[in-house]
Design a protein around this ligand. Sequence first.
Ligand code: A3P
Length: 265
Amino acid sequence: MTQKELDEIAKKFKVYDSDVFVVAYPKSGTTWMEQIVHLLRNNGEQGDQVLSEAVPWVEGAANRYDGLSHLMKPSSPRRYFHSHLPYSLMPGVSHTKAKYIYIARNPKDNAVSFYYHCCSKLNYNGSWQDFFDLYVQGKVGYGFILDHILEWWHASIFQKNIIFLHYEQVHKNIENAISQVANFIDISLNDTLRKSVATKSSFASMKSNSLANLDWVPQRKGFPKHMRRGIIGDWRNYFSDAQNAIFDDLCKKKLAGTELTFDFG
Ligand code: A3P
């Protein structure tokens, strides 16, 4: 993403109070939450659009969807977007009543998922160790994960228009997460809708759903697809003891003085 594209968004992207944004650091369950909100607003039905059109990507607009103008729809029906932008660059967040659903994932699992993303979608050729070194320095897209999460977490304490959820919490009790999200975006929920959304947003169901699995995004052969494993604790299959120690130290320093914790599985 270029500075010009970011400037365009800041200047031209008009946010309405009725808008809903799904926000996450990349590889934290963005698509999963998009599917949940999309099903909620669509009475549990998938419809016929691919997810990335039904819940378009704000900062990806310059390269996809014929530019920002594609996103400039009227405020009704309610607009839904997704984004990976940090709080400080997010349109509308501090001065509108638009709703922002932030999903955070434990950074160890995030690192592994991000590594595969870079290999399969961005032609990254480095080893896991090479990637790890870049990741802990924040030299990856959207910068260092803990800076991203902390900025949103702090804002969510004071702003009623932000809900802060953890990937692991959604994983362990999806029906509860669906209720929280529905309540936050004022969508009335009954048992049938809750169960239908839970079923259609399960990992297995999304993986086999050509409108939700992101298989349409070009990627390198021989690497895992977007719907890769979807589990908590996969990092244990990749992190060496030394990498784990570096990471724990980093988390300790960054999270000192906050009450933010992660479930590492
Ligand atoms: P893994 O690579 O660990 O499998 P994003 O959409 O932000 O890019 O996040 C992608 C990660 O979310 C991938 O993690 C993907 O498998 C996981 N994911 C997507 N849908 C999921 C679901 N329904 N349940 C659990 N994990 C899901």
